[in-house]
Ligand binder design. Structure first.
Ligand SMILES: *Cc1c(COP(=O)(O)O)cnc(C)c1O
Length: 451
């Protein structure tokens, strides 16, 4: 890569690809998942031309974003594309594949904050989305980019991903909406039925492999080394550009007041880095004047980042992920490890882990506050409880927990919890009451329960 070529890419485009290690620059239209230099072979990120974005003042940006609402013309009514200039500025809107992603609720949880012993608490409900997980935020960008590459004549035959469930549901839906064939690689027996039926019903080619997620990931990397099949995992930085809007949107909802903490469940580690990159962009553009801290929450059964954190993030070895209720983060060899380390360093990050019992109880406890949270969000809540108990998250601190999926996708495990079928102490287990259809008997029973 010669300097003049890099300069020319930077001059002629508002976003480009940059190797996170050797800093080589490539055009955004190159189909590339790792640095081209075989000696480097590192991950690549999408980089926005921040210098150009800075020509617009922070107050102007806030006004522009604030004006894009549900009644804005396509594509600006989407929570992701309402930030198009920060996400994929050069894409022609006619190639955008949107299913109305983003614009999810930020729910204040005042009663739960008191119980846990912190200042304020919100849940960013990213699972209230088209396919029921935050993966839609990134998938709209990736599939739109592919649509635009196809329009420019690139011979792409299909999109493919390895998935622990939610990625495949989201990819299959967006690609099928756009009319692009999809291939998904799933680890046999390791995802929920609701997650499996999503890509099937969207008409994807579903391959169920006798391996785990990490094994599927290895295979999809090889299958997509031929550029005719395009890789849709979050190793592909286009996904992260959409996912980074979760932090930006949260700050919008908080009237740009920065919380002390974000807590987010972490598996392949794309989301941690995406959250960080959105918040960093806000900081670089002057829209916020400090950065929050980030806690990455892992299941103790799939905890390579946690183990590395215990060693100051200096050493890393993959683990063999064990079965966990938080099946979407049952990942032992996370693809975006280096990205996440960079983020944790910039955001005074910490990593915590939760056992099966801790994460299941934490989800159930949140449900008693009107929620229906999945086991991954349960993991985040369990880690929040631990950090608050040891004072690392202070009594006055304000915290946003990112909820990554809709609880209804994980109804099986939530039913098993309340039926007492999980091998753990279910602290918030509830059962229904079987009664005769007799008003007198019912009154008596209700009196007992309400006293
Ligand atoms: C994908 C996913 C995660 C983890 O995101 P990564 O980018 O893989 O770290 C967490 N929760 C749910 C529900 C997910 O689907």
């Amino acid at each position: 890569m010669n300097i003049t070529h890099s300069e020319s890419i930077k001059k002629h485009s508002n976003s480009f690809l940059r190797c996170i290690n050797c800093q080589s620059i490539y055009s955004i239209d190159e189909i590339l998942y790792r640095c081209k230099d075989p000696k480097c072979d590192s991950l690549i990120d999408v980089e926005q031309n921040v210098g150009k974005l800075k020509e617009t003042k922070p107050e102007q940006w806030k006004e522009i974003l604030g004006k894009r609402t549900i009644s804005s013309p396509f594509p600006y009514s989407s929570g992701v594309w309402g930030k198009k200039e920060w996400v994929l500025p050069d894409i022609d809107s006619k190639n955008i594949v949107s299913l109305g992603e983003g614009n999810t609720p930020l729910t204040p949880m005042d009663r739960l904050a008191k119980e846990i012993g912190i200042g304020r608490l919100w849940i960013k409900q990213c699972g209230i989305s088209h396919t029921g997980s935050f993966k839609d935020l990134g998938m709209t960008v990736l599939v739109s980019h592919v649509q635009s590459l196809i329009a420019k004549g690139k011979p792409i035959l299909a999109l493919a991903c390895a998935s622990s469930g939610d990625t495949s549901a989201s990819l299959a839906s967006y690609a099928s909406y756009a009319g692009i064939p999809t291939i998904v690689f799933l680890p046999e027996g390791k995802i929920s039925t609701a997650q499996l039926v999503q890509p099937l019903s969207c008409g994807a080619i579903v391959l169920s492999l006798q391996t785990d997620f990490d094994g599927c990931m290895q295979i999809v990397k090889e299958i997509t080394s031929d550029q005719s099949i395009y890789l849709a995992n979050s190793m592909n930085p286009l996904r992260l550009e959409g996912q980074k809007t979760m932090g930006i949107e949260t700050l919008q909802q908080l009237s740009w007041e920065v919380p002390d903490w974000f807590v987010i469940p972490a598996g392949n580690l794309g989301n941690v880095s995406a959250l960080g990159s959105g918040l960093q962009l806000l900081y670089d553009l002057g829209c916020i004047s400090k950065l929050p801290r980030i806690c990455a929450a892992q299941s103790a059964h799939a905890n390579p980042l946690y183990l590395s954190f215990l060693k100051g993030l200096k050493e890393y070895s993959p683990v063999k992920a064990k079965k966990t209720l938080a099946s979407a983060i049952q990942i032992g060899n996370p693809v975006s490890f280096e990205r996440a380390v960079k983020t944790l360093r910039s955001f005074q990050g910490v990593v915590e882990q939760a056992t099966e019992e801790e994460l299941a109880n934490a989800a159930a406890r949140t449900d008693l506050h009107g929620m229906f949270q999945d086991p991954h969000t349960g993991t985040a809540f369990a880690c929040l409880e631990k950090l608050a108990a040891r004072g690392e998250i202070g009594k006055k601190d304000t915290v946003v927990v990112v909820s990554t999926a809709h609880g209804l996708k994980f109804a099986d495990s939530k039913i098993a919890y309340h039926e007492g079928k999980l091998q753990l102490k279910a602290r918030f287990q509830k059962d229904y009451i079987r009664l005769k259809a007799d008003v007198k008997v019912i009154r008596k029973t209700l009196e007992k329960h309400l006293s």
